[in-house]
Design a protein around this ligand. Sequence first.
Ligand SMILES: [Zn+2]
Length: 250
Amino acid sequence: MDDQARIHRVQELEQTIANCSVCGGLGLTKLDIHDPADPRFGKLVPCPACGPAVRELHEMRLMERLREPISRYTALVGDLQACTFENFDAQRDRRLVNVRNAVIRFVQGEIPWVYLYGPPGNGKTHLAAAATNTLVARGRAVLFATAPELLAMIRDGFDAEQAEDLIGLRQRVPWLVVDDLGAERLTDWAAEVLFRVFNMRYTARAHTLVVSNVRPEEAPEARLRSRFLDVAVCQVVPNGGEDYRRCGNR
Ligand SMILES: [Zn+2]
C-alpha cells in the first residue's frame, strides 16, 4: 500500500466510523442490559457495526508510528520480498495446500497464532515471507525476524539502554512473524526474553506466526510449549512437504 492509498484508506475508515448509525462515531456501544446487578450493566464494548473499521484505523495509525523501527529491524530482504501465496508451489504435494491455507487464514485474522513446523528447506520460510508481504501490502504493521535476529535486536537494545523500548516494540507490533525458532538450548537470558515476548502476545492474543524446525513439544523454552499447544489460541501446522526449493529456501 503506497502513501496515497494509505491516506485514502484512513479517510475512508474515519468516515465509516463518523457516520456509524449504531454508535454515532464513538466506536463503542453499551450492551443492551437493564439489570444493574449484571456485571456487564453500563459497560462499553466495541461497536458491532464499525468495530472492524476502528481496529483497522488503530492499526494503520500504529503503522505510521512503527514504520521506521519496523523497517530498521525487519529481516525481510532479498528473495524473500518476492515470496507470495500465488508463487508458492503447492502443486506437487497436496499436504502443502493445507499448510498454505492455514497461513492464509492467519493473515486474514481468523487464527491468532500459527505454529508452523517441519524439516528445513520445505517452504516454511516462503510462507512466512508471503504472509509478511501480504500484510505489508494491506498496510498492516508487521515485523518479520528470525528468532536469533529477534534476540540479537533485543540484546543490542540492552546495550543501548533501549531494552524496554525494543521489547515494547516487539510486544506492541500488531503482527509478528518469527522464522527459525530452533531447538538449540537457549541461555537463561534468551529464554526469559523469548518467554516475555511470547507470553505478552499470548495474553493479548496478538497475531503471531512462528516457524520452526521442531515440534512445539520440543520448543526451546518449556513455558513456551504450553502456549504453542493451547488450541484455543494457536493452530499447530505440521509442514510435511519435502525439500521445497523455490525462493527463500531457508
Ligand atoms: Zn459504530
